[in-house]
Design a binder for this molecule. Structure first.
Ligand code: PSV
Ligand code: MN
Length: 395
């Protein structure tokens, strides 16, 4: 396929600028609240998660970091930092964002940072401060906080008191950040709480980030919105106000489904990426692109490679929007022409260009096929599956 050289240059620049972080939990056995379907190739140790992430990075070249969840990956806290360093150099990926966990301990039944008990709140803040210290030790820039707190029944909690407790906790956490670190604040409308969630949307997250301090930012998880919400408009606002810190990408049909990025609505991810491209390349260094998916049915390695490739394709499609021409058409209110230009960029098949870019960067042109040919999934399936109970069968 012949490409115009200017277009190819712009495309390569866009692809060179794109990196996306993998979630350690995306390689582990996870499920729904109805149960787990175990996969023999799933990672159950941190070493296996690093190995899987390293393999994805080797195949795609764009996933140099692995997000870690403190309680799942670093059960000994900062004492585990040394083994993380060893795994980083063994598998060629670095620790990425550090995710505190305020949602599993029994003490957090009625909340963590917003619990009416000052003792529980103190414990939750201590966990955040410890997470900041872990991140510092590992050279991780971002502490990525998702808060499950909320309540299930009207009148059972003081929403106002909880706002104040939350502000206080975030200010204290922010105070412990090193100058190069950031506190990313994620929002979610519901689940596990079903009446009110303490950080339910981008407005609350923005106000809390502003209150916490200048190194706090908002994290947008694409699955954490009501079905009809216009996420790219939220992204545009967060960019405009300079408070956007990053993304957890996934797709959804109903709620927080954790489906593969772009599997249900690729146009939406394209529209979000367009907003980011509009802000110019200087912004990219400060934007954390992360995947937050857990694959219950698909093979984890295959789904992850597929996700990364989809993200690259959508990123490139959005990069190739002729933004100057679009601005002109918008100013003239030439609606159909503007829409056709925008839609046209989405509909073009950029896969041949991505393949060319991969070849030029010494990467396999088809990472999914290369994963299959490498025998990696079969090997880990046999090795790891053997450790599981022999009575377990897998479909
Ligand atoms: C919560 O639904 C969430 O999106 C948070 O980012 C958590 O850290 C992650 O999922 C855990 O799966
Ligand atoms: Mn998330």
């Amino acid at each position: 396929m012949q490409h115009d050289s200017v277009l190819l240059e712009a495309a390569f620049r866009a692809l060179d600028s794109f990196k996306i972080e993998l979630p350690s939990w995306g390689f582990a056995n996870t499920g729904t609240r109805f149960g787990k379907f175990l996969q023999p190739a799933a990672a159950s140790t941190l070493e296996e998660k690093f190995s899987d992430a390293g393999q994805v990075h080797k195949l795609t070249g764009v996933t140099p970091t692995l997000a870690l969840h403190v309680q799942w990956d670093l059960p000994n806290g900062i004492a585990d930092a040394e083994s993380v360093r060893r795994l980083e150099s063994l598998h060629g990926v670095s620790a990425g964002s550090i995710n505190p966990n305020l949602f599993q301990d029994q003490e957090y039944k009625f909340g963590s940072l917003c619990n009416p008990s000052s003792g529980v709140r103190e414990r939750a803040v201590a966990h955040l401060l410890h997470s900041v210290a872990i991140a510092h030790q590992l050279g991780s820039k971002d502490i990525s906080l998702w808060l499950p707190d909320g309540s299930n029944y009207p009148g059972t909690q003081s929403i106002r008191k909880r706002i104040a407790w939350l502000e206080e906790a975030l200010v204290r956490t922010h105070g412990a950040l090193a100058p190069e670190q950031r506190l990313l604040i994620e929002y979610k409308p519901f689940e596990p709480a079903f009446y009110h969630t303490d950080i339910a949307d981008w407005g609350m997250a923005s106000l809390l980030a502003a209150k916490a301090g200048p190194q706090a930012r908002v994290l947008v998880d694409t699955g954490h919105h009501y079905a009809a919400q216009n996420i790219e408009q939220i992204v545009a606002w967060l960019l405009h106000t300079g408070i956007l810190g990053g993304f957890h990408f996934n797709d959804r049909r109903y709620a927080d489904d954790d489906l593969t990025l772009g599997s249900i609505d690729p146009y939406q991810i394209f529209r979000i990426f367009h907003e980011i491209h509009l802000s110019g390349p200087s912004l990219l260094g400060s934007m954390a692109f992360m995947i937050d998916q857990s694959h219950n049915l698909k093979g984890k390695m295959e789904a992850t490679v597929q996700t990364v490739a989809s993200a690259q394709e959508l990123w490139l499609k959005a990069a190739l929007v002729d933004r100057e021409k679009l601005a002109l058409l918008q100013d003239r209110c030439e609606l159909v022409a503007a829409e056709e230009l925008f839609r046209g960029a989405f509909w073009q098949d950029v896969r041949p260009i991505v393949r060319e870019w991969r070849a030029a960067r010494g990467l396999p042109e088809d990472p999914l096929a290369a994963l299959g040919a490498s025998g990696y999934v079969q090997r880990i399936g046999a090795e790891r599956g053997a450790k599981l109970a022999p009575a377990t069968s897998y479909a």
